[in-house]
Design a protein around this ligand. Structure first.
Ligand code: EPU
Length: 430
Protein backbone atom coordinates (compact mmCIF):
# COMPACT_ATOMS: atom_id res chain seq x y z
CA UNK A 1 0.00 0.00 0.00
CA UNK A 2 1.55 3.26 -1.10
CA UNK A 3 1.27 6.51 0.80
CA UNK A 4 2.62 10.03 0.54
CA UNK A 5 4.60 11.64 3.33
CA UNK A 6 4.53 15.41 3.04
CA UNK A 7 6.42 17.91 5.15
CA UNK A 8 4.41 21.08 4.66
CA UNK A 9 5.05 24.77 4.99
CA UNK A 10 7.32 25.32 1.98
CA UNK A 11 6.53 28.00 -0.61
CA UNK A 12 6.42 26.11 -3.88
CA UNK A 13 7.77 27.84 -6.95
CA UNK A 14 8.83 27.11 -10.51
CA UNK A 15 7.09 25.60 -13.51
CA UNK A 16 4.81 22.62 -13.95
CA UNK A 17 3.59 21.16 -17.22
CA UNK A 18 0.00 19.90 -17.27
CA UNK A 19 -0.78 16.49 -18.77
CA UNK A 20 -3.63 15.46 -21.06
CA UNK A 21 -7.14 15.56 -19.60
CA UNK A 22 -8.32 12.45 -17.78
CA UNK A 23 -11.98 13.00 -18.45
CA UNK A 24 -11.33 13.55 -22.17
CA UNK A 25 -8.96 10.63 -22.68
CA UNK A 26 -11.24 8.10 -20.94
CA UNK A 27 -13.85 8.93 -23.61
CA UNK A 28 -11.51 9.34 -26.59
CA UNK A 29 -9.72 6.00 -26.19
CA UNK A 30 -12.95 3.93 -26.27
CA UNK A 31 -14.23 6.15 -29.13
CA UNK A 32 -11.44 4.72 -31.30
CA UNK A 33 -13.45 1.47 -31.35
CA UNK A 34 -15.84 3.25 -33.75
CA UNK A 35 -13.08 3.71 -36.34
CA UNK A 36 -12.45 1.35 -39.26
CA UNK A 37 -8.76 2.22 -39.22
CA UNK A 38 -5.96 2.62 -36.66
CA UNK A 39 -5.86 5.92 -34.73
CA UNK A 40 -3.00 7.72 -33.02
CA UNK A 41 -3.91 9.53 -29.81
CA UNK A 42 -1.37 12.02 -28.47
CA UNK A 43 -0.95 13.80 -25.14
CA UNK A 44 -2.36 10.90 -23.13
CA UNK A 45 -1.65 11.23 -19.40
CA UNK A 46 0.26 8.53 -17.50
CA UNK A 47 -2.56 7.73 -15.06
CA UNK A 48 -4.11 4.46 -13.97
CA UNK A 49 -7.48 5.20 -15.64
CA UNK A 50 -5.65 5.19 -18.99
CA UNK A 51 -3.83 1.95 -18.17
CA UNK A 52 -7.13 0.26 -17.27
CA UNK A 53 -8.91 1.53 -20.40
CA UNK A 54 -6.11 0.36 -22.70
CA UNK A 55 -5.96 -2.99 -20.89
CA UNK A 56 -9.68 -3.55 -21.44
CA UNK A 57 -9.36 -2.67 -25.13
CA UNK A 58 -6.32 -4.90 -25.55
CA UNK A 59 -8.07 -7.85 -23.87
CA UNK A 60 -10.95 -7.37 -26.30
CA UNK A 61 -8.55 -7.71 -29.22
CA UNK A 62 -7.50 -4.16 -30.13
CA UNK A 63 -3.81 -3.78 -31.00
CA UNK A 64 -2.24 -1.21 -28.72
CA UNK A 65 1.21 0.20 -29.43
CA UNK A 66 2.79 2.90 -27.26
CA UNK A 67 4.73 5.11 -29.69
CA UNK A 68 6.16 7.07 -26.78
CA UNK A 69 5.08 7.84 -23.20
CA UNK A 70 2.25 10.13 -24.27
CA UNK A 71 1.27 8.74 -27.67
CA UNK A 72 -0.57 5.53 -28.37
CA UNK A 73 -1.56 3.87 -31.63
CA UNK A 74 -4.74 1.80 -31.42
CA UNK A 75 -5.85 -0.55 -34.15
CA UNK A 76 -9.45 -1.44 -33.28
CA UNK A 77 -10.13 -3.66 -36.32
CA UNK A 78 -9.69 -6.98 -34.53
CA UNK A 79 -11.63 -5.91 -31.43
CA UNK A 80 -14.33 -8.43 -30.42
CA UNK A 81 -17.54 -7.51 -28.70
CA UNK A 82 -16.70 -9.28 -25.44
CA UNK A 83 -18.63 -8.60 -22.24
CA UNK A 84 -16.95 -6.30 -19.72
CA UNK A 85 -17.53 -7.98 -16.34
CA UNK A 86 -17.79 -6.40 -12.91
CA UNK A 87 -14.17 -6.97 -11.89
CA UNK A 88 -13.17 -4.62 -14.73
CA UNK A 89 -16.15 -2.24 -14.66
CA UNK A 90 -15.79 -1.54 -10.94
CA UNK A 91 -12.28 -0.20 -11.46
CA UNK A 92 -13.43 3.09 -13.01
CA UNK A 93 -16.78 4.76 -13.72
CA UNK A 94 -15.80 5.59 -17.28
CA UNK A 95 -16.16 1.94 -18.33
CA UNK A 96 -19.75 3.05 -19.04
CA UNK A 97 -18.34 4.66 -22.22
CA UNK A 98 -17.87 1.15 -23.62
CA UNK A 99 -21.68 0.94 -23.72
CA UNK A 100 -21.97 3.78 -26.25
CA UNK A 101 -18.98 2.89 -28.35
CA UNK A 102 -19.68 -0.88 -28.57
CA UNK A 103 -23.32 -0.15 -29.34
CA UNK A 104 -22.24 2.27 -32.07
CA UNK A 105 -19.95 -0.31 -33.68
CA UNK A 106 -21.64 -3.67 -33.05
CA UNK A 107 -25.25 -2.61 -32.31
CA UNK A 108 -24.91 -4.48 -29.02
CA UNK A 109 -22.93 -4.18 -25.81
CA UNK A 110 -22.62 -6.11 -22.54
CA UNK A 111 -21.05 -4.10 -19.75
CA UNK A 112 -21.41 -4.52 -16.01
CA UNK A 113 -22.99 -1.69 -14.03
CA UNK A 114 -20.01 0.31 -12.80
CA UNK A 115 -20.88 -0.27 -9.15
CA UNK A 116 -20.91 1.89 -6.06
CA UNK A 117 -19.29 5.26 -5.99
CA UNK A 118 -17.59 7.36 -3.39
CA UNK A 119 -19.42 10.52 -4.46
CA UNK A 120 -22.91 9.15 -3.75
CA UNK A 121 -25.65 7.92 -6.02
CA UNK A 122 -24.63 8.02 -9.71
CA UNK A 123 -27.45 6.58 -11.81
CA UNK A 124 -27.13 6.03 -15.56
CA UNK A 125 -30.81 6.42 -16.42
CA UNK A 126 -30.09 9.25 -18.87
CA UNK A 127 -27.53 7.13 -20.74
CA UNK A 128 -30.12 4.36 -21.08
CA UNK A 129 -32.85 6.83 -22.08
CA UNK A 130 -30.65 7.98 -24.94
CA UNK A 131 -29.81 4.45 -26.13
CA UNK A 132 -33.52 3.56 -26.03
CA UNK A 133 -34.42 6.65 -28.09
CA UNK A 134 -32.04 5.42 -30.80
CA UNK A 135 -33.87 2.10 -30.96
CA UNK A 136 -31.95 0.02 -28.45
CA UNK A 137 -33.38 -2.60 -26.11
CA UNK A 138 -31.79 -2.40 -22.66
CA UNK A 139 -31.87 -5.28 -20.20
CA UNK A 140 -30.28 -5.58 -16.80
CA UNK A 141 -29.40 -9.07 -15.66
CA UNK A 142 -27.11 -10.08 -12.84
CA UNK A 143 -25.63 -6.58 -12.72
CA UNK A 144 -24.83 -6.64 -16.46
CA UNK A 145 -26.34 -4.12 -18.86
CA UNK A 146 -27.20 -5.76 -22.17
CA UNK A 147 -27.89 -3.42 -25.09
CA UNK A 148 -29.03 -4.54 -28.51
CA UNK A 149 -30.45 -2.85 -31.56
CA UNK A 150 -31.28 -4.12 -35.07
CA UNK A 151 -30.69 -0.62 -36.36
CA UNK A 152 -29.68 2.58 -34.63
CA UNK A 153 -31.91 5.38 -35.84
CA UNK A 154 -31.33 9.07 -35.03
CA UNK A 155 -33.80 10.77 -32.72
CA UNK A 156 -34.32 13.87 -30.60
CA UNK A 157 -33.31 13.41 -26.96
CA UNK A 158 -33.83 15.81 -24.08
CA UNK A 159 -31.74 15.03 -21.02
CA UNK A 160 -33.66 15.58 -17.76
CA UNK A 161 -30.32 15.95 -16.02
CA UNK A 162 -27.27 17.72 -17.40
CA UNK A 163 -24.86 14.80 -17.60
CA UNK A 164 -21.34 14.60 -18.98
CA UNK A 165 -21.44 10.81 -19.19
CA UNK A 166 -24.84 10.59 -20.86
CA UNK A 167 -23.88 13.27 -23.39
CA UNK A 168 -20.66 11.43 -24.27
CA UNK A 169 -22.41 8.06 -24.50
CA UNK A 170 -25.18 9.63 -26.61
CA UNK A 171 -22.64 11.04 -29.07
CA UNK A 172 -20.83 7.71 -29.34
CA UNK A 173 -24.02 5.75 -29.98
CA UNK A 174 -25.36 8.29 -32.50
CA UNK A 175 -22.27 8.92 -34.55
CA UNK A 176 -22.91 5.97 -36.89
CA UNK A 177 -26.70 5.82 -36.45
CA UNK A 178 -28.98 6.44 -39.41
CA UNK A 179 -30.07 10.06 -39.80
CA UNK A 180 -29.98 12.96 -37.40
CA UNK A 181 -29.74 12.82 -33.60
CA UNK A 182 -30.34 15.99 -31.61
CA UNK A 183 -29.25 16.01 -27.97
CA UNK A 184 -30.82 18.81 -25.93
CA UNK A 185 -29.68 19.96 -22.48
CA UNK A 186 -26.29 18.49 -23.39
CA UNK A 187 -23.27 18.86 -21.11
CA UNK A 188 -20.86 21.59 -22.28
CA UNK A 189 -17.68 20.46 -20.51
CA UNK A 190 -14.37 20.82 -22.40
CA UNK A 191 -14.01 17.01 -22.52
CA UNK A 192 -17.36 16.70 -24.34
CA UNK A 193 -16.05 19.16 -26.95
CA UNK A 194 -12.74 17.32 -27.16
CA UNK A 195 -14.47 14.00 -27.83
CA UNK A 196 -16.61 15.60 -30.55
CA UNK A 197 -13.54 17.20 -32.15
CA UNK A 198 -11.74 13.86 -32.12
CA UNK A 199 -14.70 12.04 -33.68
CA UNK A 200 -15.05 14.80 -36.31
CA UNK A 201 -11.38 14.34 -37.18
CA UNK A 202 -12.31 10.66 -37.83
CA UNK A 203 -15.06 11.75 -40.27
CA UNK A 204 -18.03 12.16 -37.92
CA UNK A 205 -20.55 14.97 -38.43
CA UNK A 206 -21.13 16.53 -35.00
CA UNK A 207 -21.99 20.18 -34.53
CA UNK A 208 -22.83 22.21 -31.44
CA UNK A 209 -20.57 20.47 -28.90
CA UNK A 210 -19.92 23.03 -26.16
CA UNK A 211 -23.50 24.32 -26.38
CA UNK A 212 -26.79 22.99 -24.98
CA UNK A 213 -27.77 21.40 -28.28
CA UNK A 214 -25.58 18.90 -30.12
CA UNK A 215 -26.56 17.69 -33.58
CA UNK A 216 -25.08 14.45 -34.84
CA UNK A 217 -25.68 13.37 -38.41
CA UNK A 218 -24.87 9.69 -38.64
CA UNK A 219 -22.09 8.58 -41.01
CA UNK A 220 -21.51 5.07 -42.42
CA UNK A 221 -17.90 4.75 -41.32
CA UNK A 222 -15.10 6.52 -39.50
CA UNK A 223 -11.49 6.61 -40.60
CA UNK A 224 -8.19 6.84 -38.72
CA UNK A 225 -6.91 10.05 -37.17
CA UNK A 226 -4.03 11.54 -35.26
CA UNK A 227 -5.52 13.53 -32.40
CA UNK A 228 -4.04 15.31 -29.39
CA UNK A 229 -6.02 15.32 -26.13
CA UNK A 230 -6.63 18.72 -24.47
CA UNK A 231 -4.77 19.65 -21.28
CA UNK A 232 -6.40 18.69 -17.99
CA UNK A 233 -8.43 21.57 -16.57
CA UNK A 234 -8.63 19.97 -13.11
CA UNK A 235 -4.96 19.02 -12.85
CA UNK A 236 -4.14 22.64 -13.74
CA UNK A 237 -6.67 23.94 -11.20
CA UNK A 238 -5.15 21.69 -8.55
CA UNK A 239 -1.68 23.20 -9.09
CA UNK A 240 -3.30 26.65 -8.90
CA UNK A 241 -4.66 25.62 -5.50
CA UNK A 242 -1.20 24.33 -4.52
CA UNK A 243 0.34 27.73 -5.35
CA UNK A 244 -2.34 29.48 -3.31
CA UNK A 245 -2.11 27.17 -0.28
CA UNK A 246 1.70 27.29 -0.12
CA UNK A 247 1.88 31.06 -0.78
CA UNK A 248 4.04 30.05 -3.70
CA UNK A 249 4.67 31.28 -7.25
CA UNK A 250 3.98 28.67 -9.92
CA UNK A 251 3.87 28.97 -13.70
CA UNK A 252 1.40 26.34 -14.89
CA UNK A 253 2.14 25.47 -18.52
CA UNK A 254 0.22 23.67 -21.27
CA UNK A 255 -3.22 24.87 -20.21
CA UNK A 256 -6.23 26.46 -21.89
CA UNK A 257 -6.71 29.55 -19.66
CA UNK A 258 -10.35 29.91 -20.78
CA UNK A 259 -11.13 26.51 -19.20
CA UNK A 260 -9.63 27.74 -15.92
CA UNK A 261 -11.67 30.95 -15.66
CA UNK A 262 -14.14 29.82 -12.99
CA UNK A 263 -11.18 28.75 -10.82
CA UNK A 264 -9.14 31.84 -11.66
CA UNK A 265 -12.05 34.12 -10.73
CA UNK A 266 -12.47 32.52 -7.30
CA UNK A 267 -8.76 32.69 -6.57
CA UNK A 268 -8.62 36.37 -7.60
CA UNK A 269 -11.62 37.05 -5.36
CA UNK A 270 -9.94 35.64 -2.26
CA UNK A 271 -6.71 37.54 -2.88
CA UNK A 272 -4.51 35.21 -4.94
CA UNK A 273 -2.73 36.77 -7.94
CA UNK A 274 -3.34 35.05 -11.27
CA UNK A 275 -1.74 36.13 -14.55
CA UNK A 276 -2.93 34.62 -17.83
CA UNK A 277 -0.77 33.90 -20.88
CA UNK A 278 -1.67 32.19 -24.18
CA UNK A 279 -1.18 28.65 -22.87
CA UNK A 280 -0.07 29.17 -19.29
CA UNK A 281 -1.16 30.79 -16.03
CA UNK A 282 1.05 32.12 -13.26
CA UNK A 283 -0.37 31.89 -9.77
CA UNK A 284 1.21 33.84 -6.93
CA UNK A 285 -0.04 33.21 -3.42
CA UNK A 286 0.34 35.42 -0.35
CA UNK A 287 -1.01 36.21 3.08
CA UNK A 288 -4.49 37.11 4.28
CA UNK A 289 -6.93 35.49 1.87
CA UNK A 290 -10.58 36.32 2.44
CA UNK A 291 -13.31 33.72 2.67
CA UNK A 292 -15.83 33.40 -0.14
CA UNK A 293 -18.82 31.40 -1.37
CA UNK A 294 -18.56 28.70 -4.00
CA UNK A 295 -21.41 26.86 -5.65
CA UNK A 296 -20.55 24.08 -8.07
CA UNK A 297 -22.28 24.04 -11.45
CA UNK A 298 -21.91 22.27 -14.79
CA UNK A 299 -19.48 24.00 -17.19
CA UNK A 300 -18.92 26.95 -17.49
CA UNK A 301 -19.73 27.15 -13.77
CA UNK A 302 -17.34 26.29 -10.97
CA UNK A 303 -16.40 22.59 -11.46
CA UNK A 304 -17.35 20.11 -8.77
CA UNK A 305 -13.98 18.43 -9.42
CA UNK A 306 -12.23 21.53 -7.97
CA UNK A 307 -14.48 22.01 -4.95
CA UNK A 308 -12.39 19.94 -2.48
CA UNK A 309 -9.07 21.55 -3.49
CA UNK A 310 -10.46 25.09 -3.11
CA UNK A 311 -11.96 24.17 0.27
CA UNK A 312 -8.46 23.14 1.34
CA UNK A 313 -7.25 26.65 0.46
CA UNK A 314 -10.23 28.34 2.14
CA UNK A 315 -9.61 26.35 5.34
CA UNK A 316 -7.00 29.01 6.18
CA UNK A 317 -8.73 32.10 4.70
CA UNK A 318 -9.97 34.90 6.96
CA UNK A 319 -13.64 34.68 7.91
CA UNK A 320 -16.36 32.34 6.73
CA UNK A 321 -16.64 30.51 3.41
CA UNK A 322 -19.66 28.63 2.19
CA UNK A 323 -19.34 25.74 -0.27
CA UNK A 324 -22.48 24.44 -1.96
CA UNK A 325 -22.16 21.20 -3.89
CA UNK A 326 -24.91 21.00 -6.49
CA UNK A 327 -23.74 18.05 -8.61
CA UNK A 328 -23.07 15.14 -6.23
CA UNK A 329 -24.72 14.34 -2.90
CA UNK A 330 -21.64 13.00 -1.13
CA UNK A 331 -18.64 15.10 -2.05
CA UNK A 332 -17.58 16.29 1.40
CA UNK A 333 -15.95 13.12 2.64
CA UNK A 334 -12.60 14.89 2.68
CA UNK A 335 -13.88 17.25 5.38
CA UNK A 336 -13.35 14.71 8.17
CA UNK A 337 -9.75 14.36 7.04
CA UNK A 338 -9.18 18.14 6.94
CA UNK A 339 -10.63 18.36 10.45
CA UNK A 340 -7.82 16.06 11.56
CA UNK A 341 -5.48 18.87 10.51
CA UNK A 342 -7.40 21.42 12.59
CA UNK A 343 -9.76 22.77 9.92
CA UNK A 344 -13.02 24.20 11.24
CA UNK A 345 -15.62 22.96 8.75
CA UNK A 346 -19.22 21.91 9.35
CA UNK A 347 -21.32 20.09 6.79
CA UNK A 348 -25.09 20.11 6.50
CA UNK A 349 -26.33 18.13 3.51
CA UNK A 350 -24.79 19.65 0.40
CA UNK A 351 -23.41 22.76 2.14
CA UNK A 352 -20.12 23.09 3.96
CA UNK A 353 -19.35 26.12 6.11
CA UNK A 354 -15.67 26.82 6.62
CA UNK A 355 -14.48 29.06 9.43
CA UNK A 356 -10.94 29.92 8.46
CA UNK A 357 -8.19 28.98 10.92
CA UNK A 358 -4.71 30.48 11.09
CA UNK A 359 -2.93 27.33 9.99
CA UNK A 360 -3.44 23.60 9.49
CA UNK A 361 -1.19 21.07 11.18
CA UNK A 362 0.07 17.89 9.53
CA UNK A 363 -1.82 14.65 10.31
CA UNK A 364 -2.32 11.13 8.95
CA UNK A 365 -5.23 11.11 6.48
CA UNK A 366 -6.94 8.89 3.94
CA UNK A 367 -7.87 9.85 0.39
CA UNK A 368 -11.52 8.85 -0.03
CA UNK A 369 -11.66 9.61 -3.76
CA UNK A 370 -9.55 11.25 -6.45
CA UNK A 371 -10.27 14.94 -5.82
CA UNK A 372 -10.56 14.43 -2.07
CA UNK A 373 -7.02 13.05 -2.23
CA UNK A 374 -5.88 16.08 -4.22
CA UNK A 375 -7.41 18.36 -1.58
CA UNK A 376 -5.47 16.57 1.18
CA UNK A 377 -2.25 17.12 -0.76
CA UNK A 378 -3.04 20.83 -1.17
CA UNK A 379 -3.78 21.11 2.55
CA UNK A 380 -0.72 19.09 3.61
CA UNK A 381 1.64 21.17 1.46
CA UNK A 382 0.38 24.37 3.08
CA UNK A 383 0.31 22.96 6.62
CA UNK A 384 2.83 23.05 9.41
CA UNK A 385 4.49 19.67 10.07
CA UNK A 386 4.23 16.24 8.55
CA UNK A 387 1.19 14.58 6.96
CA UNK A 388 0.76 11.02 5.78
CA UNK A 389 -1.78 10.42 3.02
CA UNK A 390 -3.06 6.87 2.58
CA UNK A 391 -5.00 5.25 -0.30
CA UNK A 392 -3.16 7.27 -2.91
CA UNK A 393 -4.28 4.87 -5.65
CA UNK A 394 -7.29 7.19 -5.87
CA UNK A 395 -4.99 10.11 -6.65
CA UNK A 396 -3.00 8.14 -9.23
CA UNK A 397 -6.20 7.55 -11.20
CA UNK A 398 -6.11 11.16 -12.33
CA UNK A 399 -2.77 12.87 -11.60
CA UNK A 400 0.33 11.95 -13.56
CA UNK A 401 3.53 11.78 -11.50
CA UNK A 402 2.16 14.08 -8.87
CA UNK A 403 4.98 13.64 -6.39
CA UNK A 404 7.59 14.16 -9.11
CA UNK A 405 5.90 17.33 -10.35
CA UNK A 406 5.54 18.63 -6.78
CA UNK A 407 9.16 17.81 -5.91
CA UNK A 408 10.31 19.81 -8.92
CA UNK A 409 8.41 22.77 -7.42
CA UNK A 410 10.32 22.35 -4.15
CA UNK A 411 7.86 20.20 -2.17
CA UNK A 412 9.08 17.81 0.49
CA UNK A 413 7.02 14.77 -0.58
CA UNK A 414 7.92 11.08 -0.64
CA UNK A 415 5.99 8.10 -1.91
CA UNK A 416 6.47 5.14 0.41
CA UNK A 417 5.38 1.57 -0.19
CA UNK A 418 4.18 -0.22 2.92
CA UNK A 419 3.10 -3.87 3.19
CA UNK A 420 -0.67 -4.17 2.78
CA UNK A 421 -2.87 -4.88 5.81
CA UNK A 422 -5.30 -7.80 5.50
CA UNK A 423 -8.51 -6.58 3.83
CA UNK A 424 -6.87 -3.56 2.14
CA UNK A 425 -7.27 -4.99 -1.36
CA UNK A 426 -11.07 -4.93 -1.16
CA UNK A 427 -11.04 -1.16 -0.66
CA UNK A 428 -9.42 -0.64 -4.04
CA UNK A 429 -12.63 -0.77 -6.08
CA UNK A 430 -12.90 2.66 -7.66
N1 EPU B 1 -26.96 11.76 -13.36
C1 EPU B 1 -28.21 11.17 -13.34
N2 EPU B 1 -28.51 10.27 -14.32
C2 EPU B 1 -27.63 9.93 -15.29
C3 EPU B 1 -26.34 10.53 -15.30
C4 EPU B 1 -26.05 11.45 -14.30
O1 EPU B 1 -29.05 11.47 -12.48
O2 EPU B 1 -27.95 9.10 -16.15
C5 EPU B 1 -26.63 12.75 -12.31
C6 EPU B 1 -25.46 12.33 -11.43
O3 EPU B 1 -25.90 11.50 -10.38
C7 EPU B 1 -24.91 13.64 -10.98
C8 EPU B 1 -25.17 14.57 -12.17
O4 EPU B 1 -26.16 13.92 -12.96
O5 EPU B 1 -25.67 14.11 -9.90
C9 EPU B 1 -23.95 14.81 -13.05
O6 EPU B 1 -23.35 13.58 -13.40
P1 EPU B 1 -22.52 13.39 -14.74
O7 EPU B 1 -23.17 12.31 -15.52
O8 EPU B 1 -22.32 14.71 -15.39
O9 EPU B 1 -21.15 12.87 -14.17
P2 EPU B 1 -20.25 11.72 -14.75
O10 EPU B 1 -20.31 11.71 -16.23
O11 EPU B 1 -20.53 10.46 -14.02
C10 EPU B 1 -18.15 13.24 -15.05
C11 EPU B 1 -16.73 13.20 -14.63
C12 EPU B 1 -16.63 13.48 -13.13
C13 EPU B 1 -17.25 14.84 -12.86
C14 EPU B 1 -18.69 14.90 -13.39
C15 EPU B 1 -19.33 16.27 -13.27
C16 EPU B 1 -15.74 11.69 -16.17
C17 EPU B 1 -15.15 10.36 -16.43
N3 EPU B 1 -16.16 11.91 -14.95
O12 EPU B 1 -18.81 12.22 -14.32
O13 EPU B 1 -15.26 13.51 -12.81
O14 EPU B 1 -17.25 15.11 -11.49
O15 EPU B 1 -18.70 14.52 -14.79
O16 EPU B 1 -18.59 17.21 -13.97
O17 EPU B 1 -15.80 12.53 -17.05
C18 EPU B 1 -13.40 13.38 -11.40
O18 EPU B 1 -12.70 13.63 -12.40
O19 EPU B 1 -12.93 13.36 -10.23
C19 EPU B 1 -14.81 13.10 -11.59
C20 EPU B 1 -15.56 12.54 -10.65
Amino acid sequence: MEKYIIKGGKKLSGEVVISGAKNAVVAILPAVILSDEPCVIENIPGISDVTITLQIMSEMGAKIRMINKTTVEIDPRGLMNLPIPYDKAKRMRATTYFLGTLLGRFHSAHVSMPGGCNLGDRPIDQHLKCFAALGTTCELEGGMIHLSADRLIGNQIFFDKNSVGATINGIMAAVKAEGLTIIENAAKEPHVVDLANCLNSMGADIIGAGTDVIKIRGVKSLHGTTYSVIPDQIEAGTYMAVAAATKGDILIKNVIPKHLEPITNKLLKIGVKVEQFDDAVRVVGGEGYVGTSIKTHPHPGFPTDMQPQLSAVLACANGTSMITESIFDNRFRYVDELRRMGANISVEGRVAVIEGVERLKGAPMRATDLRAGAALIVAALGAEGTSEIYDIFHIERGYENMEIKLKALGADIEKIDEPEEPGEESRKAI
